[in-house]
Design a protein around this ligand. Structure first.
Ligand code: AMP
Ligand code: GLY
Length: 432
């Protein structure tokens, strides 16, 4: 089988790495891919613009590709699944309407309300004065969210009125997120611990993947601005079997059923970003319509089942016939970033030590913002590499992964030193 993966991040490298292990694979193609994907034995990267659907379609036909897996949200929101379906090309990822679950926060909130899914109370505004009035009336803390896609940067958790007003001004009047911020959602602040559940859905059935936890702020102890994600681990002990059961029953199943009833069945990965209150009650913070990055990098190395039949089951509507086997190990991903990210940063720094780190058979270094030039690997983005390691338990996995992190070098390398510490603390607490 020939499979095309769209995207160029750590998530896409992890997907290609896992697909590459499938018994069914003949060749993997990535548009545009990255140097890590290119290094896989049976993989080719093609420099086509991910928004050039027509060029992508021509390439798929030329190479007789059997299945397309879409990594990022943008092409999904722009309707790549609809476009390829017209051409009878099987595609893993939702069409544009269900992709609104991520592309419009107000759409997602309205669906949650309709499906009675637990989430923060909210209101939607299209003018800044009414938004401010609402904040004055309801008090702080509140969360201000740009309605549209803002690369993970459109959310402000405001603990005082001034911060809330600045966020409203920037989104709605200064338009720092462009059209994405013309509408804002203002939500009640939720406390608790965050976790991510990514679930496969074929439109009718839901099959959750293993739990994980992301680390969004750029500095240790969750300080500093939010990023796309600085590290992840799986499983997340905050998702106990009881919490997992509630997530399936109160969140995933109602979401899929309501989408189906609205005649926009959701096919692909439904990613629920959750707040777990009192270690018991899950609330939805956000829905995404694709694999999480860096959660995927921490989940897939634990997956023992072949991923390709699962991807097909989503397309064929036969997910109810499948289950997924995992290794009982813990897996940890630490993201190495360029100094300055998520603000401005320099590119083109030479990276060394990846092979050295990967001498450990339980370590994989997934590429994200890298490029190849004259045989050298250079930094080419904010999130550069995802050092991923697994071991029998979370403490050992953390030791192993940070040991590998020390072996990789580039000028301005930054990373969080506390990935998975919440999980380790929780395990200690639970065993008391
Ligand atoms: P989102 O892009 O909606 O996931 O928001 C980004 C981050 O903001 C989340 O990962 C949370 O840490 C935080 N956040 C979003 N909504 C809320 C909320 N209602 N209460 C508390 N924190 C939130
Ligand atoms: N890890 C956050 C995201 O994928 O949106």
């Amino acid at each position: 089988m020939r499979i095309l993966v769209l995207g160029s991040g750590g998530r896409e490298h992890a997907l290609c790495w896992k697909i590459h292990q499938s018994a069914e694979i003949e060749h993997i193609y990535a548009i545009p891919g990255n140097p890590g994907i290119k290094n896989l034995e049976k993989a080719t990267c093609i420099p086509i613009n991910i928004k050039d659907f027509s060029a992508i379609k021509d390439y798929i036909k030329q190479e007789k590709i059997h299945l397309v897996v879409v990594g990022p949200e943008e092409p999904l929101a722009l309707g790549i699944a609809d476009f390829l379906e017209v051409e009878k090309i099987p595609v893993f990822g939702p069409s544009a309407k269900p992709a609104q679950l991520e592309a419009s926060k107000s759409f997602a909130k309205d669906l949650m309300q309709k499906a009675k899914i637990p989430t923060a109370d909210y209101a939607v505004f299209t003018d800044a004065d009414s938004a401010k009035e609402y904040v004055r009336a309801h008090g702080v803390p509140v969360v201000i969210k740009a309605d549209g896609l803002a690369g993970g940067k459109g959310v402000t958790v405001a603990h005082d009125e001034e911060t809330a007003f600045i966020a409203i001004e920037e989104a709605m009047n200064k338009k720092v997120f462009g059209p994405a911020g013309e509408k804002v959602v203002i939500e009640q602040f939720l406390s608790g611990e965050e976790a991510s559940i990514l679930a496969l859905s074929d439109g009718k059935h839901v099959l959750p993947l293993a739990s994980s936890q992301d680390h969004k702020p750029v500095y240790d102890d969750d300080k500093g601005p939010n990023t796309g994600g600085m590290g992840a681990y799986s499983p997340a002990p905050v998702v106990t079997p009881d919490v997992e059961h509630k997530i399936l029953k109160k969140i995933l199943k109602p979401a899929i059923k309501t989408m189906d009833e609205a005649e926009s069945p959701f096919k692909g990965i439904l990613y629920a970003g959750l707040m777990i209150d009192n270690e018991q009650n899950p609330y939805v913070v956000e829905f995404n319509v694709r694999f999480g990055d860096p959660e995927t990098q921490a989940i897939l190395p634990r997956m023992e089942s072949d991923i390709v039949p699962l991807l097909w089951a989503v397309i064929e509507g036969t997910l109810n016939r499948y289950s997924i086997e995992y290794s009982p190990c813990a897996c940890v991903t630490v993201v190495l970033t360029s100094m300055g990210y998520p603000g401005p940063y320099e590119k083109g720094k030479k990276i060394t030590g990846i092979e050295n780190a990967e001498k450990d058979p339980n370590i994989v270094v997934f590429h994200a913002g890298t490029m190849e030039e004259n045989g050298s690997i250079l930094t080419n983005g904010g999130r550069v590499l995802n050092v991923t390691g697994w071991d029998k338990d979370l403490t050992s996995a953390v030791q192993r992964v940070y040991n590998a992190v020390e072996k990789v070098h580039f000028e301005g390398k930054h990373y969080r030193k506390d990935i998975a510490q919440k999980g380790i603390a929780k395990i200690k607490n639970m065993s008391k």
